[in-house]
Design a protein around this ligand. Structure first.
Ligand code: AMP
Ligand code: GLY
Length: 453
């Protein structure tokens, strides 16, 4: 580096004709090498992260473990599972990975960030201790109670008889939450004693999700929304707000799913609401984690609800939301590698800019999801559907063979449209969805119904 600078000075001094090209050559050599990034995960959320990284001028090579067929068009997929954290570390060391970005909570709960940090590897994602904010509902509730963060009243039980007695003396509906990771199935909201008894029996007597406690919570009403923030210790940067659609069928009917669609921004959340959520929920939670000796680094996801008595926390997650990420990241105008690096290195954060556009996404799922479903159906029309710069198609569960795509999961694709209003984003996304043909997919046409009137 030093040698190059001095040769440029010499050239300047002699005023040679070749000065410009030599300067250019020097500048080129001074440019930092493009980073190699490893993204952990294999669903639509990871596809959106890979897609955002692929737009970064600072990023050269992207690996994704395990990835999926859609992701493999933008990254090299590596067949290592999210929870095989030692193998992932060895891969990162061997392949000169400069930064690892973690998608799913299972990898974080398995301690991936601790293992990578020990090996001197840069990673975007919280430690196992900080990930407890998602992996233990009881930890999250105790943290909120201690630091005055607004949430539903609750009590935690490990004894079936005592839990049952508490429910008997309360009112319905009541919220029962298994105190551990349960793949989104650990929350039951019984309307009567019989259903409450069955759920408590599953959780406390039959250990359906494993040996664990149950948090029993007051039932809150109001629209729910997702507030994801980039967090590094006490430093908190908000992302665009979004809303997920958890029920399988139109009109918010049917069983709960991993999410059937999402959109951003949210017209029913005022600037005052957002500020309240930032100042009284997200920032104090980040500070509380630091005070508790488990500083948070990564994405803190606030699952919030706007109740008649104010905004409260339903849950915290320790990672990007799925499918919220798929509608939020397309609105990010700042280079995401710079953001990930500022959090990972605790260095200066670039100014984070969001597009004023709206974004809406429809999930296409296998018929039968979230129950049992068949796989291996060919998907056609993807090229035509995606042939528009305001459309992003993220693969959630696909496989490929001979250049063709096939269904390979419950949620298969998420088709996201952007436009100058939610209505435009909705129409564009739906138009793209209709170009995709497959014999075994269904989707909700009413994504965004609360704000489309
Ligand atoms: P969680 O896994 O904690 O997000 O819960 C899953 C879903 O259950 C939430 O998205 C809510 O729709 C519902 N839920 C959880 N807690 C409450 C509560 N205290 N009051 C009303 N609904 C709740
Ligand atoms: N969309 C809810 C979640 O990511 O947990």
């Amino acid at each position: 580096m030093m040698e190059i600078s001095s040769s440029i000075i010499n050239d300047r001094a002699t005023g040679e004709v070749c000065q410009v090209s030599k300067l250019y050559k020097g500048a080129e050599l001074e440019t930092p090498k493009a980073a190699t990034v490893l993204v952990i995960g294999g669903g639509g959320r990871c596809h959106a992260i890979v897609d955002a990284l692929s737009k970064s001028a600072s990023v050269g090579k992207i690996y994704c473990a395990p990835g999926n067929a859609g992701i493999s068009r933008q990254a090299d997929c590596v067949p290592i599972k999210e929870t095989q954290v030692e193998q992932l570390r060895d891969f990162a060391l061997q392949y000169g990975v400069d930064l690892t970005v973690v998608g799913p909570e299972v990898a974080l709960a398995a301690g991936i960030s601790d293992v990578f940090a020990e090996a001197g590897l840069r990673i975007f994602g919280p430690s196992r201790a900080a990930a407890t904010i998602e992996s233990s509902k009881d930890f999250a509730k105790r943290l909120m109670a201690k630091y005055g963060i607004p949430t539903a009243a609750y009590r935690t039980f490990d004894d079936y008889g005592e839990a049952l007695e508490y429910v008997k003396n309360g009112s319905f509906p009541v919220v029962l939450k298994y105190d551990g990771l349960a793949a989104g199935k650990g929350v039951v909201i019984p309307e009567n004693m019989e259903d409450a008894e069955t759920a408590l029996k599953d959780m406390l007597l039959d250990d359906k999700f494993g040996k664990g406690k149950v948090v029993i919570e007051e039932f809150l009403t109001g629209p729910e929304f997702s507030f994801m923030c980039f967090v590094d210790g006490e430093r908190v940067w908000p992302m665009a707000l979004s809303q997920d659609h958890k029920r399988a069928y139109e009109g918010d009917k049917g069983p709960n799913t991993g999410g059937m669609g999402a959109y951003s921004p949210l017209p029913f959340i005022t600037e005052d609401d957002r500020e309240f959520a930032m100042e009284h929920i997200m920032k104090p939670t980040a500070s509380a984690m630091l005070a508790e000796g488990c500083p948070f680094k990564g994405v803190l996801y606030g699952g919030l609800i706007k109740t008649p008595s104010g905004i409260k926390v339903i849950e915290f997650n320790c990672r990007f939301g799925d499918p919220e990420t798929e509608v939020v990241l397309p609105l990010l105008e700042t280079d995401i590698y710079g953001i990930f690096s500022a959090v990972a290195d605790s260095s200066e954060m670039p100014e984070i800019r969001w597009s004023p556009e709206a974004s809406m996404g429809f999930v296409m799922a296998s018929k039968g999801y979230p129950g049992t479903y068949a796989k291996g159906f060919e998907i056609g029309g993807l090229e035509e559907a995606g042939n528009d710069p305001s459309i992003s198609i993220y693969h959630m569960g696909t496989s490929s063979e001979d250049g063709k795509f096939f269904t390979s999961g419950g949620r298969v694709l998420m088709v996201v449209g952007r436009g100058d209003s939610l209505k435009t984003a909705h129409d564009k996304a739906l138009e793209a969805v209709e170009k995709i043909h497959c014999d075994n997919l269904f989707y909700r046409k009413d994504i965004g119904w609360r704000v489309m009137l």
